[in-house]
Design a protein. Structure first.
Length: 355
């Protein structure tokens, strides 16, 4: 989803810059990757890696594949997105090949070292030569860590806005305004390892969500991530969907990006442990209950657009806090730019590469 806006901007500037698109294979199913590529109108994949599912082996395989692609293509820079294992693997491979690393979505921190994404963010930022940040607070965080212009030649740090806003506006348009009265429908996602890999923790979340939804008379739409489904099947077997329905939770297949945007236009709130969906909720002017004890998108919590909920037992109290906080917020505040971040990045990158 991040690559879509960036790739479209490159295609519009082909006279000055060209792209070779490499897919690491980290998300290898059609639902998790192929469908997104088709919907987001990404160019064809030039290099497709085939890696195993085991993270301990996958990282090395991705590094090897990226290293081989770098040797074959000899790029002027390697661009990496976000905070996945793919991000760090490509950054390590490029750095060892002495090829500049461009990190898009740099400077984010949740300060939760239990999350592998946090390790990936920190290490990738340390390896990067160009750091494109989604917000000014991300630039400030990097400076706090000693990553700022001047500490080494050619280091470039810039707040350029968020690519996800570009993508949301391109495919979703301007969202419908909602009056923040009594909520009726919630979009739920749950897939963080800390929430779903332990079966007891997962069921506690499901029971807490069901209890809160009943108390507030809420309809809950729940696209079920494969990781989460594994735990639900372990608990309830083939009856897992029926068990969710019995708890007033409506299960759905993993949703495409366009389906998520459509739902965001329909629902009143978002309950999620996803980093990306927190922002998409904001872009589509919907408040978010973040089912974690920390977030990398601190601006959303500070601005009253989102509230953290660390435990299932805290759901009703956290929801009350969210209901109160959104009464005086303005979802038009340009925290993450103006929806033209990709062009800003491409122009900046062209200038940087020409020096």
């Amino acid at each position: 989803m991040k690559a879509a806006a960036f790739s479209h901007a490159i295609e519009a500037n082909r006279a000055h810059v060209q792209q070779i698109l490499l897919h690491t294979g980290q998300h290898y199913s059609h639902n998790m990757s192929g469908r997104f590529q088709e919907e987001l109108q990404l160019p064809k994949i030039d290099v497709q890696l085939d890696v195993v599912a085991d993270p301990s082996m996958r990282m090395g395989q991705m590094m090897k594949g990226v290293s081989e692609a770098i040797a074959a293509v000899e790029p002027d820079a390697v661009v990496v997105f976000g905070d996945t294992d793919s991000t760090l693997a490509a950054a390590l491979a490029a750095s060892r090949a002495h090829v500049p690393v461009v990190h898009i979505e740099a400077g984010l921190r949740s300060f939760d070292r239990r999350m592998p994404e946090e390790h990936n963010r920190i290490l990738t930022d340390q390896l990067s030569d160009v750091l494109f940040c989604p917000s000014e607070s991300a630039v400030e965080q990097l400076a706090h860590e000693g990553i700022a212009a001047g500490i080494r030649p050619s280091l470039h740090v810039e707040a350029v806005g968020d690519l996800m806003l570009d993508t949301a506006r391109f495919f979703g348009g301007i969202p419908k305004e909602k009056e923040f009265g009594k909520p009726q429908t919630v979009l739920l996602t749950l897939h963080r390892p800390s929430n779903v890999d332990d079966r007891e923790a997962l069921i506690q979340w499901i029971e807490g969500i069901a209890r809160t939804a009943r108390a507030l008379s809420l309809k809950v739409l729940f696209p079920v991530h494969p990781r989460t489904q594994k735990g639900l099947v372990a608990e309830w077997g083939d009856a897992w969907k029926k068990e969710l329905v019995n708890r007033n939770i409506e299960p759905h297949e993993p949703a495409s990006y366009l389906q998520i945007l459509e739902w965001l236009n329909q629902v009143d709130e978002v309950w999620t442990d996803s980093g990306g969906l927190q922002k998409e909720a904001f872009f589509m002017k919907r408040p978010a209950l973040v089912l974690r004890d920390s977030t990398e998108w601190k601006e959303l919590v500070a601005g009253g657009f989102a509230v953290l909920c660390a435990e299932p037992s805290m759901l009703e109290e956290a929801h009350k806090a969210l209901t109160k906080s959104i009464q005086n917020v303005d979802f038009n505040v340009p925290i993450y730019g103006d929806g033209h971040s990709a062009n800003r990045m491409i122009n900046s990158l062209i200038r940087w590469l020409s020096h």
